[in-house]
Design a protein around this ligand. Structure first.
Ligand code: ADP
Ligand code: MG
Length: 272
């Protein structure tokens, strides 16, 4: 396991940095999320599971500002972010990973990383020619570059810095996605199936890194279909079913929960 650590800014305050209260999202006649409430504890890797159509992705989209909920509230560090834009929410330190878009596959790993930081003080030409500001911008770029190397080393993809993102394996691309999300030094990271198509070695590496980051105070909410990963790695699991929270607890509590067993009886994924 890596001994490397990452610097985390010390602006974290609450024990439950992410709270969702009576969240509801309707699409026309369809209720995707129906009065869902949960809180995610600081420094935890919390799993969000449930069958297809349970409302997991819609919940993520409501939390990250992609959708405005029909009703209910989302709190980040006790601040109501329900109606904030995705950009505003990310700036506050709540981010999700994104797949590397096709346009970005023709840029190197380093270039992809440099695109991300929230601290970046503008590539504005005007700013860079104003006395003093030019120097500040150069300093900022140096700092960003340092952070990029720190991050690439942490995920052990620093040897790929000059590689085109499009040439990375599926697993390496996932590591880059995580590294990129962390460039902004977020407090909470939402992961929607970050391990899909990742080989076991890189999967283990990614999970190791997530655990290390949790120990440092970062918080992760993970949507993942692989029950072994969820049961073995998440200290807490929230089960969604038909837009609602069916159960919420540790792996043992979820395995033994009658409602979970009833709802998924016969589904081999749950029989493991
Ligand atoms: P999950 O991620 O758990 O598989 P989703 O949140 O994607 O579930 O979907 C929950 C329900 O909401 C499903 O019935 C889905 O068809 C519906 N839904 C999701 N997004 C939309 C949308 N943009 N328009 C209409 N219905 C949607
Ligand atoms: Mg989904």
């Amino acid at each position: 396991m890596s001994q490397q650590t990452l610097t985390l800014s010390e602006n974290t305050t609450t024990e439950t940095p992410l709270r969702v209260e009576s969240l509801r999202k309707e699409f026309g006649g369809i209720t995707a999320v129906a009065d869902t409430s949960f809180a995610v504890e600081k420094g935890s890797l919390t799993g969000l599971i449930g069958p297809n159509g349970a409302g997991k992705s819609t919940t993520f989209n409501c939390i990250t500002g992609v959708y405005t909920p029909t009703a209910g509230r989302v709190y980040f560090d006790d601040t109501d972010i329900t109606t904030d834009s995705p950009h505003e929410i990310a700036q506050q330190g709540l981010v999700r990973t994104f797949q590397i878009a096709r346009e970005l596959s023709e840029m190197t790993v380093m270039e992809n990383m440099m695109l991300s930081p929230k601290h970046q003080q503008g590539e504005s030409l005007l700013r860079s020619v104003l006395p003093g500001l030019r120097e500040a911008v150069i300093k900022q770029e140096e700092k960003n570059r340092e952070r990029v190397w720190e991050m690439l080393e942490f995920f052990e993809i620093d040897h790929l810095a000059g590689e085109y993102a499009g040439n990375l394996s599926g697993g390496q691309a996932k590591l880059l996605e995580m590294a990129r999300a962390l460039m902004t030094d977020p407090e909470v990271v939402l992961l929607d199936e970050p391990l899909a198509g990742v080989n076991p070695t890189l999967e283990q590496k990614l999970l190791d890194r997530i655990h290390t980051l949790c120990d440092e105070g970062y918080t992760f909410l993970l949507v993942e279909h692989d029950m072994n990963i969820i049961m073995n790695h998440c200290e807490r699991i929230i089960v969604m079913h038909q837009g609602q929270v069916l159960a919420d607890g540790d792996a043992d509590a979820i395995r033994e929960n009658e409602r979970v067993i009833d709802a998924y009886l016969g589904d081999p994924v749950w029989a493991q």
